[in-house]
Write a protein that binds this ligand. Structure first.
Ligand code: NAG
Ligand code: NAG
Ligand code: NAG
Ligand code: NAG
Ligand code: NAG
Ligand code: NAG
Length: 440
């Protein structure tokens, strides 16, 4: 039995390797210090020299498309490219042969477990000894430097554990019918301890979640603090709007949170038209956002506040320090800043799969909307209404803004009232993407 499982695994892996070699000839460039997916696959292809002909039968299958059976295939693709990667990357520990076999068995077992039935079971955590997690202790940093868990490149799939704690969540309420009737899904990344922030959002702009065509939820990580965990369980039992991923909440893990958000959308809401990623210190002017979306028929686009030619912080005294090993180039590709950005639904799957295949990068906006979007040829569009900073709280400014940053929990009510109270409404007509109205 074990032998046949292994044989089956080898066949599947070979088959998938072959599918890599049969396509992906587009000369997409690598960005920064990142080996992008095609580079990785190049190497995989070279390594498995000779099996190209097997790929012919499936060479038309586009694994980046939301096709007939994308999830099934993609899981295998991810893991197989990982196996391939491990054997040549100097940064990662080579797997002992027996461990590799064990790994393949796990992949197949998890795959079988995951897909024929409800996707309840998530892949078992890998044996820690296989994790090439370079900790800060093994990397020279100055005393003042923040403790960064990963300074040498590590593939994100090595850090990311798939799956969500969807307990007490009515997925149908957040996203009806896989999102086919949903115009907008707003996912709000939130810290464990921010229960007051969540409350003020629930009592103000989260009101729009009651619309049939709008879904909203918070996205959190995991905590080891049992007390905090219990209070989050209670909060979620009452509101049922807290999606929890399988990562420990921390600044360095923010990228994992965004990836978790992409995974959830890809799994439970794959047909939604637009996804807004935002944070719990934001005010979102949902009616203006819905106006903005209305009538748009675009694809493969990210809207937001575009950051052009931003430079990596090279001083290791800074919180967002980026080493040359992590990112080589002098500037980042254009990206939309993290507090709020809007994705078209068609790119969620691709972004999710590709994020796992790149090296981990702790600046989620730079990675997802910059580096990955660049390599996937996704356009980024600047929209001035995404303020993503604090503004003066006048009715006109508020009604102009789609997103306002650095809003304390008690300020949500103020902004909400100024937006909703018809006696306070801005008298000036505001156009999409006009320059910020200085005179208002
Ligand atoms: C790869 O293919 C070439 C030519 O087909 C062959 O000479 C070489 O031995 C192969 N390498 C491996 C590792 O199989
Ligand atoms: C990993 O597996 C090896 C061999 O089965 C075992 O000795 C070791 O304790 C495991 N490590 C962890 C962290 O589970
Ligand atoms: C937190 O609560 C969830 C849901 O009940 C549970 O599955 C998990 O084990 C808890 N974690 C801790 C650290 O208590
Ligand atoms: C756990 O969470 C509770 C409630 O938020 C907090 O009071 C306590 O200090 C936390 N414990 C630890 C060890 O962080
Ligand atoms: C997240 O961050 C914590 C603390 O920084 C770290 O221990 C953990 O390994 C990180 N990754 C995940 C998947 O939780
Ligand atoms: C990138 O996308 C644009 C349209 O947005 C298209 O015209 C162009 O051919 C694409 N480039 C590649 C390399 O696919």
């Amino acid at each position: 039995m074990r032998f046949f499982m292994f044989l089956g695994a080898v066949m599947i892996i070979t088959f998938i390797y072959a599918s890599f070699s049969a396509k992906e000839r587009k000369p997409l460039h690598s960005v920064g210090g990142f080996t992008m997916r095609h580079d990785i696959e190049e190497k995989v292809t070279r390594k498995i020299n000779g099996s190209n002909n097997h790929g012919k039968t499936i060479e038309n299958y586009q694994h980046t498309e939301r096709g007939i059976m994308p999830e099934k295939k993609n899981l295998v693709l991810v893991h197989s490219s990982m196996e391939g990667f491990q054997t040549f990357s100097a940064d990662l520990n080579p797997l002992p042969k027996s461990a590799e076999n064990e790994d393949i068995k796990n992949i197949i077992r998890n795959h079988l477990l995951k897909y024929p039935r409800k996707p309840k079971k998530r892949p078992r955590n890998r044996n820690q000894s296989l994790k090439p997690l370079t900790t800060a202790s093994s990397v020279k940093t100055s005393r003042a430097a923040p403790v960064l868990p990963v300074l040498t490149p590590v593939l994100t799939m090595k850090l990311y554990e798939t799956g969500h704690l969807n307990e007490e969540i009515d997925i149908q309420r957040i996203c009806t019918h896989g999102g086919s009737s949903l115009k907008l899904l707003i996912l709000i990344t939130s810290a464990q301890s921010h229960s007051m922030e969540r409350m003020s959002i629930r009592q103000t702009w989260m009101h729009y979640a009651s619309r049939r065509d709008v879904g909203m939820a918070f996205v959190l990580g995991r905590t080891t603090n049992a007390t905090l965990n219990e209070s989050i369980n209670q909060e979620n039992y009452i509101y049922g709007d807290m999606i929890r991923g399988n990562f420990i909440d921390s600044y360095f893990n923010l990228t994992l949170k965004t990836i978790s958000m992409l995974e959830w959308t890809d799994t439970h809401c794959p047909r939604v038209k637009y996804i807004l990623k935002t944070d719990d210190d934001m005010f979102i002017n949902v009616p203006r956002l819905l106006d903005f979306i209305d009538g748009k028929k675009d694809t493969r686009t990210i809207y937001g506040r575009l950051a052009k030619k931003w430079k990596p912080m090279r001083s290791n005294k800074l919180k967002n320090f980026v080493s040359h090993q992590q990112y080589r180039d002098a500037v980042y590709p254009p990206f939309t800043t993290g507090p709020a950005y809007l994705l078209t639904g068609d790119i969620v799957h691709e972004l999710y799969m590709h994020s796992l295949r790149t090296f981990y990068f702790q600046l989620e906006d730079v990675l997802i909307t910059g580096i990955l979007a660049e390599s996937l040829n996704i356009s980024r569009v600047h929209v001035d209404n995404f303020c993503n900073r604090r503004i003066i709280f006048t009715p006109c400014r508020i009604s102009f803004a789609i997103s306002v940053h650095m809003i304390k929990e008690n300020e949500q009510y103020n902004l909400w009232r100024k937006l909703m109270d018809s006696t306070l409404k801005c008298k000036v007509t505001i156009f999409e993407n006009q320059k910020h109205p200085q005179l208002l």
